[in-house]
Design a protein around this ligand. Structure first.
Ligand code: NAD
Ligand code: TYD
Length: 333
């Protein structure tokens, strides 16, 4: 099977490529990635020489690139991980999000139609449903996105819906809760806080830290996408959640205690505009089909901390240059 993974040099995509190559040595993976600030070939250093793996630098928002890859690589399955993904950056620069998350998805869908690709899986987020104070979002919940990131992802997901209904394309759409684990860019809550604290810097907590997210270990998400690749029903939407809900302050305290630090290392900073209070998913549909998460939250966070401690060669260079400029704009103005 020839699988095109877009955005495979990012956090979740690189974990998924490693997972597939290990488990299915006869599958061929083509990784199409633009290598934005978040794309990093160091994420896949260990499999660079694998004969079943090929990297192509390219932009999914460029129609010709997408069609060229689909025409010449005889792709059976497309899995779209490529996206601009950070809410705070979407507040500073929404245009890049619309371009990749909406136009890029459209190009891939057009390519799937033109070259009769057998399966397309859209990797998306629970954030498209908006915020929910009580209860959980089901796959039937309306989209009420509140940030330019979630609105752009919702745009891509709605295009997927329309290509299922209108052209009967073989598409599966997935909405997952927040991921954490190795190779996550140190701008998202968990890796930012771990790496800051490892560098004797404070953890910048937005507001009171009462906002709630549902958290899934990235390897559990890999298992879920592997499961849907083989057992998911075409034309369906699946929520992928762990059921583990945490306030940001709880996560911050867990990381601090694992590192033997106290709450004086927390810095309360100004809140994110339009900050969603809570995300929570009803994942019974995929569970009924036979998938369930395996990793325990505290253990997986501990493993994540260990990984960042042992791999500062990976994250230290990311916390200089462009990142610093962004950080200054975000927190120091
Ligand atoms: P990431 O930011 O770590 O990586 C994104 C990757 O996409 C990078 O390698 C980047 O270079 C690439 N990319 C960006 N624009 C591109 C373009 N125009 N063409 C080709 N490649 C491009 O993201 P992530 O956290 O790994 O997220 C992957 C997917 O999972 C995204 O679609 C995201 O919306 C979804 N998701 C993420 C989370 C999370 O908590 N991280 C949760 C739910 C869903
Ligand atoms: P984040 O990792 O950016 O994911 P998302 O916004 O997509 O859920 O943020 C997770 C939560 O952590 C969110 O409620 C915002 C909060 N947060 C902070 O308190 N401080 C930070 O520096 C960051 C990046 C996030």
């Amino acid at each position: 099977m020839n699988i095109l993974i877009t955005g495979g040099a990012g956090f979740a995509g690189s974990n998924f490529i490693r997972h597939i190559l290990k488990k299915y040595p006869d599958y061929k993976i083509i990784n199409l990635d633009k290598l934005t600030y978040a794309g990093n070939l160091d994420n896949l250093k260990d499999i660079e020489g694998n004969a079943s793996y090929e990297f192509i630098k390219g932009d999914i928002a460029d129609e010709r690139t997408v069609k060229k890859v689909l025409r010449f690589k005889k792709i059976d399955v497309v899995i779209n991980y490529a996206a601009e993904t950070h809410v705070d950056r979407s507040i500073l620069d929404p245009a890049a999000f619309v371009r990749t998350d909406v136009l890029g998805t459209h190009n891939l869908l057009e390519g799937v139609k033109e070259f009769a690709v057998g399966k397309y899986i859209q990797i998306s987020t629970d954030e498209v449903y908006g915020s929910i104070a009580k209860g959980k979002f089901t796959e039937e919940s309306p989209f009420r996105p509140n940030s330019p990131y979630s609105a752009s992802k919702a745009g891509g997901d709605l295009l997927c819906r329309s290509y299922i209904k209108t052209y009967n394309l073989p598409i599966i759409v997935t909405h997952a809760c927040n991921f954490y684990g190795p190779y996550q860019y140190p701008e998202k809550l968990i890796p930012l806080f771990i790496t800051n604290l490892l560098e004797d810097k404070k953890a910048p907590l937005y507001g009171e830290g009462k906002n709630i997210r549902e958290w899934i270990y990235v390897l559990d998400h890999c298992n879920a996408i592997d499961f849907l690749l083989h057992k998911g029903k075409l034309g369906q939407v699946y929520n992928i959640g762990s059921g583990v809900e945490k306030q940001n302050i709880q996560i911050t305290k867990l990381i601090l205690s694992e590192l033997g630090l106290g709450s004086k290392m927390i810095e309360q900073v100004k809140d994110r505009p339009g900050h969603d209070l809570r995300y929570a998913l009803d994942s019974s549909k995929i569970k009924k089909l036979g998938w369930q998460p395996e990793y325990k939250f505290e253990e997986a966070v501990r493993e994540t901390i260990r990984w960042y401690k042992n791999n500062d060669w990976w994250w230290k260079p990311l916390k200089s240059g462009e990142y610093l400029e962004y950080y200054k704009k975000q927190y120091l103005t």
